[in-house]
Design a protein around this ligand. Structure first.
Ligand code: LLP
Length: 418
């Protein structure tokens, strides 16, 4: 459910015609609907009645300040994976005590920053990381709250690049070694074991992998409690999928019922780390058609947005629906929608049955709110595009388009290059 709809054949975001924004800010740009963001956040938060829970929005899906602030104001927490995300989260107004920190490669300076900020929990992914956090906490004369990220070896049945809970993946400590990791953490004087964590992957469209992972975590919790190691927080990560095309993922309610059923009576405090399910369908990428080209037996629609603006199609062969901003009766074509980058992997859609879009027309790449702008780059010296947020009948540029001068900001010539 989102608020991008046609009104009299013109695509609108809430009450604002997308065309009007394009005329003002130029293309390409990312466009977010405030009502959709809010609705999706609350849908997750309210799916767990009578359960003590904290929705730690996963910053990596979309780190824009305006979006983070919106979720902070709705009482959310934050899931971070770097010192940079911690900085953004604190700037956006998240209370440090609502921030959880996952990631296999936390650096010393990042650990120090998180300790000094007083975050809720480190989700620790190796024995060596436990030791390092203990040392850094000792140096500050403080106690670090930790959870072990357990790799339950469950197949999330998603794209291999975004599955994280298989034993061949780099994430977490495998299920078999987890009790030993907990004993180790329990012995370290500057660590306090507060929870358990797992995240098995992203864009998961069935509940079964979540159920399997959670059951395995619950068994582990029982075993640890038997040894006197108390677990208070149960962090089940993110991963709930969305509809890009014909997927039919469980809705937050169904997902929540599964989770609540497995954890019933445990007295655990639930932490969730949803990213995509909140922001994915709340954003689109708007681009212009530059040219049309026919080559051999192929039809190309060439747009001013490319893989540097939206990487998902190139990287994961991800499907994003493409819609004309002005809808009208016209023939259909089968085409590749490609960008201006000098790589054959630069496409937004391949072999797609779509309306016969003409040069100068606007198109919308749907479901681009998650892992869109935040994965964009300056490749081929293309300034990053602006982000715009709509609320009701207003819109606001929440991030300016970069200028070409921004491309060389921070560069300098060495004295030995004349
Ligand atoms: N928690 C952890 C520890 C994660 O690694 C992730 C995502 C999440 C939560 C949020 O997962 P979500 O609810 O968004 O599925 N760039 C890829 C997705 C990578 C996901 C990485 N981790 C894409 O565009 O599909």
């Amino acid at each position: 459910m989102h608020y991008f709809d046609y009104v009299a054949d013109e695509l609108h975001c809430e009450q604002v015609p997308v065309r009007r924004i394009a005329e003002e800010v130029g293309t390409p740009f990312y466009l977010y609907s405030h009502a959709t963001l809010r609705r999706h956040f609350l849908a997750v938060q309210e799916a767990f009645p009578d359960t003590e829970r904290l929705v730690c929005y996963s910053a990596k899906a979309n780190t824009s300040q305006a979006i983070l602030r919106l979720f902070a104001d709705l009482g959310g927490g934050l899931d971070i994976v770097s010192g940079g995300e911690l900085y953004r989260g604190l700037k956006a107004g998240f209370a440090p005590g609502r921030i959880v920190y996952s990631g296999v490669g936390k650096r010393v300076d990042e650990i120090d920053y998180a300790l000094d900020s007083g975050i809720l929990q480190f989700n620790v992914e190796s024995f060596q990381e436990l030791d390092l956090i203990d040392q850094r906490a000792a140096a500050r004369n403080t106690i670090a709250p930790v959870a072990i990220r357990v790799n339950p070896d469950v197949d999330p049945k998603t794209h291999p690049y975004i599955s994280t809970g298989l034993k061949k993946n780099k994430f977490g400590i495998n299920h078999r070694d987890a009790p030993e990791a907990y004993r180790h953490a329990d012995r370290l004087p500057h660590l306090e074991v507060v929870g358990i964590d797992c995240h098995i992957g992203s864009q998961i469209t069935e509940v079964q992998p979540f159920r399997d992972a959670l059951k395995s975590l619950m068994e582990l919790i029982g075993e640890l409690r038997g040894e006197g190691i108390d677990i208070r927080n149960l962090d089940i990560g993110g991963g709930l999928g969305i509809t890009y095309g014909d997927e039919q993922p469980p809705d937050p309610g169904e997902y929540a019922r599964t989770v609540m059923e497995v954890m019933a009576g445990s007295g655990l405090r639930l932490i969730l780390e949803p990213g995509r399910v909140i922001v994915g369908n709340a954003g689109i990428l708007v681009a212009s058609v530059l040219y049309r080209k026919h080559s051999e037996d192929k039809e190309f629609v060439i747009t001013d947005a490319g893989m540097n603006d939206l990487l998902r199609p190139s990287l994961y062969q991800a499907y994003h629906e493409i819609r004309p901003v002005r809808r009208r009766k016209r023939p259909e074509i089968r085409a590749d929608v490609v960008g201006p980058i000098c790589e054959s992997g630069d496409f937004l859609a391949q072999d797609r049955q779509m309306p016969d879009l003409q040069p100068g027309e606007l198109l919308a790449v749907m479901s681009a709110g998650a892992y869109g702008f935040c994965m964009s780059s300056n490749y081929c010296s293309r300034p990053r595009v602006p982000e715009v947020m709509v609320k009701d009948d207003q819109f606001h540029v929440i991030r300016q388009r970069e200028r070409v001068a921004d491309l060389i900001r921070g560069e300098s010539l060495p004295p030995f290059v004349k």
